[in-house]
Design a protein around this ligand. Sequence first.
Ligand SMILES: Nc1ncnc2c1ncn2[C@@H]1O[C@H](COP(=O)(O)OP(=O)(O)OP(=O)(O)O)[C@@H](O)[C@H]1O
Length: 270
Amino acid sequence: MPTKFQSNSHMEVNHLSWATSSKKVLDDLSFTIERGDFVGILGPNGVGKSSLLRCMYKYMSPDSGKVFLNNQNIDSISHREFASKVAVVLQHTHVGFSMTARQLLATGLINQQKWWQRIDHNAEKVEIDRVLSLVDLTDKAEQVFESLSGGEQQRLLIARALLQKPEILLLDEPTNHLDVGYQVEILKLIKSLDITVVASIHDLNLASAFCDKLLLLREGKLIKHGTPAQVLTPASIENIYGIKTEVDRHPKGTHPRVTYHFDGVRHAAV
Ligand SMILES: Nc1ncnc2c1ncn2[C@@H]1O[C@H](COP(=O)(O)OP(=O)(O)OP(=O)(O)O)[C@@H](O)[C@H]1O
């Protein structure tokens, strides 16, 4: 059957499957990412979230199925053109040799330069200072990447992705390593960009508060896709994670709030 694109489709994953020699990791996944949506990918450890993202950013080819960007099969888009539209922030990024935060950010601008253009170092500096300030790392600009804390590295990599001015940002656990304050700050920042975002997230309450749509995976299959209220029900959470929860409305918003049951745990007296 030919793919029927939805009018607002920014990315489309169509019957995507991928397996290792011993395991079917992604099993016939189909969904549409609408333009401007912040989409969260949820599911237990090892369920295939990173593998799905890898297929979506052209790092890995699926065994079957297709991924479309602006209704164009990503296989037919050159890596350079793809990189000008889609930025990626991974969980573990190795920076091969010692680079300061500022030098690392400068590498994020290389893709945008055309060979006939002279590099405007002043404009580059202004742009780098802007994103350093956005992620609150101005005072770390001259520090070597490896000597930054895990959270600082994560924020710097997000800043580098923002320099690309992508239309789509794909993030693998962007809140990993971040303390609660920065988790909220980074998600607020990402949300304020007004671009399409797809991110794997473990924290159900943060996913509920920030995401427009959620994809819930189990054993490589898409179990639910919809708004946080449609996806985050006690039944689906118990089905996927095996824990009991209460789900009500967040008192400061309309999104679901998930409270975990800790049966059998003796809590401290108040
Ligand atoms: N290149 C590979 N070779 C062998 N197995 C792989 C490979 N890539 C992924 N896997 C396996 O596929 C499964 C899904 O891995 P993936 O990293 O996509 O899960 P995830 O949902 O992102 O997990 P987590 O939440 O722990 O980050 C895991 O069992 C993993 O070991």
